[in-house]
Structures are given as structure tokens and as C-alpha cells.
Design a protein around this ligand. Structure first.
Ligand code: BES
Ligand code: MN
Ligand code: ZN
Length: 505
């Protein structure tokens, strides 16, 4: 499906040819005298259309309207959340008809700001998405082309472009997350990273077992040693700013299948452990979006990719390994493998002298118990970073919730046989996992997003969500230093009083 932006007044929209015209109707709409306004006013007055988000009324071959079908959709308070509900409902209804070209009209909304346009376009692509890669006869979607119609705002094109960049990122993340583990091995994942490396300002470097051994990543190696599939350590760079600018580092857990290892998982729903690389997929997706949008930032993406398998070579409960940091770890449970691959990469991240490091991981079942599928868990050693991430999550409709990191939570990680154990008791499992990671987060601002509950859906709508690409991209774009306007030299003050770089998180 492709998108196009058009600036159309309500009158012009009436003469826009399309198979379907979807019109978002907010509460308190002021009506003009064009046929569309007349239709909407009549429908509301007669009680046939409610403006609650997602309520629909369809009409066919309507006088004065060039589009074959018109669908009026309630958009409630026109908040991004309501827009999402409305567009989801309309697009789902559209799936059952023949439409190839649709116009999504946002012109009736009071002011179609970035958040509005983004919510509409993301919702559109969400409902249109269908996984196809491993189907012999994939269903072909009828709807090919969506025209997003807005009424004037000067920044609409920029908002539209950003939303399209985001959608490309989400779709790439979903694609790799949804692929079965035998179609998304560490090597294949590295191949996806190499493909990204062909895009402007993106570079990909792939390390294998030998290099990882040389780095001393004993914890990462321990997880990978049970599998016939060789590990890959993916190092991505997006260089959008001067070399001297400290980068933001994203680390994505890339366990392409998590059996639990010797501490093997029960059979029920074990297939869903193909999604244990959703953190990695979100990093790939974010890089896709960065390549599209070319912001003035430096970003590093690090992905430890491996399977977690039982077998004659597999690491055993009680084994002690030495991490890259030098700390020894007693692996009491081989199913707590995410933190093992991540801890070595957190140590590795320090070499970039990062501005901030964010790891993204489907880390604990306990986080699913705590927060369900609505908000990701957010842990951080830095207030400003935590605030920025929480805000980015809320505004991009990809929310997270700050969790605690009191030192008392680390008590259970103590052991007689190593510097630290990889598990504590059952209580507060998502927090104790984060406490383990925190030991390896150097003196840089660090945040950990536990996306175990939000990265995919189970049951009848099983599939990846593409989260937290919206959150990450919103955060990153918020870190781009505001352009200093060109001031004629006479008017320029001798000294700038506020160095912007220091106030950024
Ligand atoms: N990948 C899982 C976490 C997970 C489980 C995510 C279920 C989503 C749904 C992780 O590697 C894991 O197995 N964690 C263990 C940790 C435990 C052994 C301390 C868990 O959560 O059970
Ligand atoms: Mn596990
Ligand atoms: Zn796992």
C-alpha cells in the first residue's frame, strides 16, 4: 500500500475520484454548504451517525460526491487515540469491499497536527498489514493507494513524511519478528542488517563467534553454545551528525528462538518464543526509519543474535561464566538468557562514549504479569532519559511505565559461587532482571525497555506489533538539536547563552 498527501478543502474533496472516501467527523464539527457537510449534518441530526470514535455510516454513489463509496466515521475528541480507533474501524470495514484507491479525509479535523497525521497513517498501515513471507499463496490486498487529505496546515508535508518513515520502520520490525525461527536465524537477521547497510548514512558490521570470543563476551557465548546455528553480533551505525557528536546506542535482544535451554520451557505456546528477537527487530525497524528521515543524529544499533537451545554443548544450570566486564555469573537458570546476551553488549556499548544507551528486550514473563500488553516496562538510572522516553511513548501511542530500581531488589542475585547469579526469586521478576542489567550499564545514562507484553499479540490475532519503534523514533527525533536560525552577522549576539547540547538527555 502506498500513501500520498493532498491538500484539499471539503469542497474539493467532493470532486476527488476514488473507490472510497473516508471522512473523519469529530465532535462539534462546523458544517459548510458542500455536499459532504450536508450529508454529515443530516446523518448526525437524524441520529444515524454518532461521532463516537469508530462509529460508521456508509453510503454508495451519493449525489455531488465523486467517490463511489463514502464512509463517515466518528472521530470523537479527535485526539490521536480517537483517530486511531476511527481509522482502524474504517479500514477494517473497507477490507470487505473492492476499493483499490481510498481517500482518507482529515480536513474536517480542527487542526491536523503531526500527532493526528501520524496516528491516522500508522493505523491505516496497521489494518492493511498482512504477513506473507512463508505462505505459498499470500492473499493480495485490494487496497493499493491511500490519499491522505488535509486542509492546509503548512507543516503537513513534514508530518506526513515523518509518519511514512515510521510506518516503514514498523513494517520492517513486524516482518522480521513474525518470521518463523527457521526463516529468521541469527545469520538471516545479520543479512537484514547488511541490507540496511546499503541505505544512506547506514553502516552494518557483522561479527561471528570468533570475534565475540576475542572480545571476551563469555555470557553471550554461553547462551549460543547450545545451538548449531552460529551466533551473530550485529553492529549498526547511523551517522547523521558530526563525528564528534556522542551517539545514542540502541541494544536489541535478538534471541531468534528461546527454548529455555536446559531449563526448558513447557510446550504450550512455545512457538511464541520465535518473537524473542522483537527487541532486535525494533532496532532494525528504527534504523529503517532513520535512513528514511535522515535526522542530524548519530545512532549505534547493537544486536546480540543467537538461539537458546538445549543439547550436549549447552550451558548447564550452575555453570559459571566470565562476562566481558570481568564479572563472573552463575547461570542458575538457562532460561534467563536475555540478560546474559545483553550484559556483554552493555559493556561493549561503553566504547562509543554514548550520550545514552537504551536496551530493548522481551526480557521477562513477569513484566507481562505486571503491565500486560498495554505499556512496556521502563527502567532507568537517569531521570531526564526516563522522562524523555515516557513522553515519547505517550505521544506516539506506544506507551511505557516507569518501574523501580531500588538496590534491595538486587539481594536475590547474590550467590556463593560467582559475583552475581542470573536469577533471583519469582517476586518482582522484571525488576530483578533489570537490576542484573544495571550492573553492566557503565556510567552512561541507561534505560531498559521490557517489551515482553507489548511486542506481539497472541491468540487469534497472533503477530508482532512493531512496538516500540514508534516510541524509539519519537524519542530519537526529539534529540535532534533544534536548528539555529541564520541570523545576520550584525544582529548575532557575541556569545550564545544557552548551549543546547548540555540540556539534552
Ligand atoms: N523470553 C523470555 C521472556 C518471556 C516469557 C517473554 C514469556 C514473553 C513471554 C525470557 O528469556 C525468559 O525466559 N525469562 C524467564 C526468566 C526467569 C527464568 C527468571 C521468565 O520470564 O520466565
Ligand atoms: Mn528465556
Ligand atoms: Zn528469552
Amino acid at each position: 500500500m502506498d500513501f500520498e498527501l493532498k491538500t484539499l478543502t471539503r469542497t474539493l474533496i467532493c470532486s476527488e475520484k476514488a473507490d472510497a472516501l473516508i471522512v473523519l467527523i469529530p465532535e462539534g464539527l462546523t458544517f459548510g454548504d458542500d455536499p459532504l457537510s450536508t450529508l454529515a449534518a443530516l446523518a448526525i441530526k437524524s441520529g444515524d451517525l454518532e461521532v463516537k470514535p469508530g462509529k460508521l455510516l456508509s453510503a454508495y454513489r451519493t449525489q455531488g460526491i465523486a467517490a463511489t463509496r463514502v464512509m463517515l466515521v466518528g472521530a470523537g475528541d479527535a485526539s490521536p487515540k480517537s483517530i486511531r480507533t476511527a481509522v482502524n474501524a474504517a479500514m477494517t470495514a473497507l477490507k470487505t469491499c473492492n476499493a483499490q484507491r481510498a481517500v482518507l479525509c482529515l480536513s474536517a479535523l480542527h487542526d491536523a497536527q503531526f500527532e493526528t497525521v501520524r496516528a491516522a497513517i500508522v493505523a491505516c498501515s496497521e489494518t492493511a498489514y498482512a504477513y506473507a513471507t512463508t505462505k505459498s499463496k499470500p492473499a493480495t490486498a485490494k487496497l493499493q493507494h491511500v490519499v491522505v487529505a488535509v486542509d492546509g496546515p503548512a507543516n503537513a508535508q513534514a508530518a506526513f513524511d515523518k509518519a511514512i518513515g515510521l510506518v516503514k520502520g514498523i513494517e520492517l520490525a513486524k516482518e522480521w519478528a513474525n518470521r518463523p525461527a527457521n526463516h529468521a536465524t541469527p545469520t538471516l537477521l545479520a543479512g537484514a542488517a547488511k541490507e540496511l547497510g546499503k541505505l544512506p548514512r547506514v553502516k552494518a558490521e557483522i561479527l561471528g563467534p570468533k570475534e565475540v570470543e576475542k572480545l571476551g563476551m563469555g555470557a553471550f557465548l554461553a547462551v549460543a553454545q547450545g545451538s548449531a546455528e552460529p551466533l551473530r553480533f550485529i553492529v549498526l551505525r547511523y551517522d547523521g551528525a558530526a563525528k564528534a557528536e556522542a551517539p545514542i546506542v540502541l541494544i536489541g535482544k535478538g534471541i531468534t528462538f528461546d527454548t529455555g535451554g536446559i531449563s526448558i520451557k513447557p510446550a504450550t505456546e512455545m512457538d511464541e518464543m520465535k518473537f524473542d528477537m522483537c527487541g532486535a527487530a525494533s532496532v532494525l525497524g528504527t534504523f529503517r526509519a532513520l535512513a528514511e528521515l535522515q535526522p542530524a543524529l548519530n545512532v549505534v544499533g547493537l544486536i546480540p543474535a543467537s538461539e537458546n537451545m538445549p543439547g550436549e554443548r549447552a550451558v548447564k544450570p550452575g555453570d559459571v561464566v566470565t562476562s566481558m566486564s570481568g564479572q563472573t555469573i552463575e547461570i542458575l537458570n538457562t532460561d534467563a538468557e536475555g540478560r546474559l546476551v545483553l550484559c556483554d553488549v552493555l559493556t561493549y556499548a561503553a566504547r562509543f562514549k554514548p550520550r545514552a544507551v537504551i536496551d530493548i528486550a522481551t526480557l521477562t514473563g513477569a513484566c507481562v504479569v505486571a503491565l500486560g500488553g498495554v505499556r512496556s516496562g521502563l527502567f532507568s538510572n537517569n531521570e531526564a532519559l526516563a522522562d524523555s522516553l515516557a513522553k515519547a511513548g505517550d505521544s506516539s501511542l506506544d506507551p511505557c511505565w516507569r518501574m523501580p530500581l531500588d538496590d534491595e531488589y538486587a539481594e536475590g542475585l547474590k550467590t556463593h559461587f560467582a559475583d552475581v547469579a542470573n536469577v533471583a526469586g519469582r517476586a518482582g521478576g522484571s525488576v530483578t532482571a533489570a537490576k542484573f542489567l544495571q550492573r553492566f550499564a557503565g556510567d552512561f545514562p541507561w534505560a531498559h525497555l521490557d517489551i515482553a507484553g507489548t511486542a506481539w499479540k497472541g491468540g487469534a490475532s497472533k503477530g508482532a506489533t512493531g512496538r516500540p519503534v514508534p516510541l524509539l523514533l519519537d524519542y530519537l527525533l526529539g534529540q535532534v538539536p533544534a536548528a539555529v536560525p541564520e541570523v545576520p552577522s550584525k544582529a548575532r549576539p557575541a556569545k550564545r547563552s544557552m548551549p543546547a547540547a548540555k540540556t539534552r538527555a
